[in-house]
Design a protein. Sequence first.
Length: 300
Amino acid sequence: MAAKLAPDEPGTRGVRRIARRRIKSALKTLRPRKADDGAVHEARKDLKRARATLRLLRDALGKSTFKRENAAIRDAARPLSEVRDGRVLLDALSSLVKYYGPTARALPLEGFKRLLNRRNARLHQQILGRPGPLRAVRTQLRKASARSKDWRVGRHGWSVVGAGMRRTYSQARQACKRARATPTDEHLHELRKQTKYFWHQLQIFEALWPGPLGKLADEAHKLADLLGDDHDLAVLRERVSTGRQAFPTEASHTALLALLERCRAGLQKKSLVLAQRLYDEKPAAFTSRLGKYWHDWHRA
């Protein structure tokens, strides 16, 4: 359940409360005796939400404080992302094989699967098999949590959090334009990243008008998932390209690359159509509309 704002507290105080809650939740999830794959996945999600929330406070915190706290949360999440990336390639390959059915199942993929499994086991051992890496993550998060109590955010409302939302929406909209013009892996990844920030921020504001904003958040979530699937296949394609030795024949290697490209083409087409619809409104009009919801909500 996403944390939301309350009408009886200043906007910046509410956003700070939500960001602190996300950091504390990640820290609690990563307790030493419970730090498994599931805990890592949940902690990563909390830290992504924390960074999205932090962006709404940028004007209140100031540039230097914002950069420091954003970097601290990002760096704490990095080892968790490495664990996730090791598992996700195996899942992406399984999904690809299931989607294409007999055509994909006929390919000799056993050697490549062993290659992915070895890599996944190595990453798992490096991060979760020893106490050091996660202890360092918990230390970083405890420090960030302690500092967050003293974040000077004032008692501002839409003037600050609205500016943060407008910045996120503008950046996502620009990323959409670049991806539609030139759908490179880099541009699609940037669109995915900005869309995730936008989605998490919409979840915070959903209480302003649950129906329309809930629907918009669902659309952003769907887009983020489509782009995430494409990103996973892009990383998988890179592993296939550099793992030729794991395939018994050149034909099987080429066939898997072809399936990857075909699947990615379909995902990208769906993603860019949805992105165009999601980011069709100009930033000024979007934030003006959201600002009206904000003021109506507080008056009510």
